[in-house]
Design a protein around this ligand. Structure first.
Ligand SMILES: Cc1cc2nc3c(=O)[nH]c(=O)nc-3n(C[C@H](O)[C@H](O)[C@H](O)COP(=O)(O)O)c2cc1C
Length: 247
């Protein structure tokens, strides 16, 4: 299964820009698609040669919007997820609700298949999400230290370093809510960080790139979901089999 992530980011960014500009309700999916220069269809999953349109959400109130956009499936992302939060409105934090509860409320509101993710830290979490009604489970953070991962060595090492005791949801790095290991950059800038993607991202990028080159892990984004302590160095296939309860 492959995800055309650049297309997905293009549509999410276009949607964010348009919603920020014109507000909800005044923007149609056709506007978003035009802005992103792609057809109506946002996230494409190729599975057994069939293309599907998938949209990511972090609130059950998005279900009606996404059904109207003729999504084939929904990625249901909980607050515990690593990296950027799926939200049409970056000035609001994602709903403070456990992923498993979000899955229950989304699957009660729609028959669309739900792909659940956010904070998965092992096979029990996967089983819990499937039991709550998810059709599939997605993981991000647990893959970051696998042998196939393209994450930087700095990022991989930080995930396993006891120096980092927790994660934080912050706009400090990019101007959109995103979950990172809590480092000095977060402590220094989180409180006054404005909403403003991509401006904040572009403003801090050069600094973060330079810091990464110097191996300064206190000044770079270290995306991580709450399950980061269980991210291990192993083949990705072995991880997925274990999560699925096959091994
Ligand atoms: C390194 C990293 C980068 C991510 N970047 C984005 C992003 O740019 N946009 C987005 O919607 N989700 C992003 N995510 C979130 C994932 O799509 C997914 O929801 C998340 O990884 C699932 O939670 P988990 O990390 O706790 O497994 C990112 C996740 C990681 C780990």
């Amino acid at each position: 299964m492959t995800i055309a992530s650049s297309r997905r980011l293009a549509i999410l960014e276009a949607a964010t820009r348009l919603f920020e500009h014109y507000g909800h309700g005044k923007t149609t999916i056709a506007d978003v698609a035009r802005e992103a220069q792609i057809g109506v269809g946002t996230v494409y999953l190729e599975f057994e040669s069939k293309e599907a349109i998938v949209q990511e959400l972090s609130r059950s109130t998005h279900v009606a919007v996404l059904e109207a956009m003729r999504a084939d499936a929904l990625v249901v992302q909980g607050l515990a997820a690593g990296g950027h939060s799926a939200t049409f409105d970056p000035s609001r934090d994602p709903a403070d609700i456990e992923t498993v509860d979000l899955v229950r409320s989304v699957t009660a509101a729609t028959d669309l298949p739900a792909i659940a993710g956010g904070g998965v830290d092992g096979p029990a979490a996967v089983a819990g999400l499937l039991e709550a009604g998810a059709s599939a489970v997605s993981v991000g953070t647990l893959l970051l230290r696998t042998e196939e991962s393209g994450a930087s060595q700095l990022h991989k090492d930080a995930l396993a370093d006891p120096r980092f005791e927790e994660t934080a949801l912050t706009r400090a790095f990019t101007g959109r809510p995103a979950r990172s290991l809590r480092n000095e950059f977060v402590d220094r800038h989180d409180r006054e960080a404005p909403t403003g993607y991509p401006e904040v991202h572009l403003m801090t990028r050069e600094f973060r790139v330079a810091a990464a080159k110097q191996g300064d892990r206190e000044s770079v984004h270290l995306w991580a979901g709450t399950g980061y302590r269980n991210a291990a160095v192993e083949p990705a296939g072995a991880l997925v089999r274990r999560l699925a309860g096959v091994d």
